[in-house]
Design a protein around this ligand. Structure first.
Ligand SMILES: [Zn+2]
Length: 267
């Protein structure tokens, strides 16, 4: 069975959990989506038991700090392992052309020439555009522009091994222009900045984020049977699962997951 390995659950400012990023383990193949804001990704991967040599497919949704800085670390570590003969095959990075350009600039600025030399050789970028279909980690994946007004961002819908579909909406609320990509999904991965009842303290709307209530109402309205909430504040981290689940269950009848870092969800 496919497993969703939750590597991080926090928003950009969270320090009591890692920034939101995850892997899907399909058995033979593995997909990594985003890498959080730094070399904490290496710790999360190690604690999740994911060796760097298992990472061959990486989707980068957008270029904000909390999603992209860890990618530089992965490029550095994987290029070093390639050079040392400890990594087989290629690393495919799926991202917009703008993210690719930004990562190239960061690599050129921060990494050693012998690591940069692997880019284009064994570290291969695949530019994605709205509606583009690719086979990622062996699974049919459709990328879509989430319609962000802050920065171009891509979500995607990936087919699971049993044919069901999982949709990652990135770190912004659902935009109705994306309905054809999101509707009919069996799993929805959604941001929820905080609880609706805490909206005055965390001000999610100013930051183009939403709350547990809205994410749950959306999943209910779209008839999605499984909903995962993350990209949250970290002030309630100890009780987050309980508190968020309580608020969400008033608006959503499906299976609601509010994972902690390193939780594993059977898909
Ligand atoms: Zn974010």
């Amino acid at each position: 069975m496919d497993r969703l390995i939750v590597l991080g659950t926090g928003n950009a400012n969270a320090t009591r959990c890692y920034n939101t990023c995850f892997a899907i383990d399909f058995g033979n193949e593995l997909l990594l989506c985003d890498a959080g804001g730094g070399n904490g990704i290496l710790r999360q991967l190690a604690d999740a038991g994911i060796g760097l040599n298992r990472i061959h497919h990486l989707i980068v949704t957008h270029a904000h700090t909390d999603h992209v800085m860890g990618v530089v670390w992965l490029m550095r570590m994987i290029a070093a392992q390639m050079n040392a003969g400890k990594y087989e095959g290629e690393l495919h990075i799926y991202a917009s052309a703008a993210v690719r350009e930004g990562l190239m600039q960061m690599a050129n600025f921060m990494l050693q020439p012998k690591m940069i030399a692997q880019i284009g050789k064994r570290i291969l970028f695949c530019d994605v555009t709205d509606g583009q279909t690719e086979t990622v980690a062996g699974q049919e994946t459709v990328f879509y522009d989430i319609g962000s007004t802050k920065m171009q961002q891509y979500g995607f819908t990936i087919r699971l091994m049993d044919g069901r579909r999982l949709c990652c909406m990135g770190d912004e609320p659902y935009n109705p222009i994306c309905e054809r990509y999101v509707k009919g999904a069996d799993w929805l991965l959604s941001e929820a900045f905080c609880r609706y009842c805490d909206r005055e303290s965390f001000k999610p709307y100013e930051k183009h984020h939403s709350t547990v209530k809205e994410a749950c109402e959306l999943a209910q309205q779209l008839g999605v049977p499984n909903l995962v909430l993350w990209h949250t504040e970290d002030k309630h981290i100890q009780e987050r699962k309980k508190l968020y689940s309580e608020e969400g269950s008033a608006f959503y009848n499906g299976n609601l997951f509010v994972p902690d870092d390193l939780d594993v969800i059977e898909l």
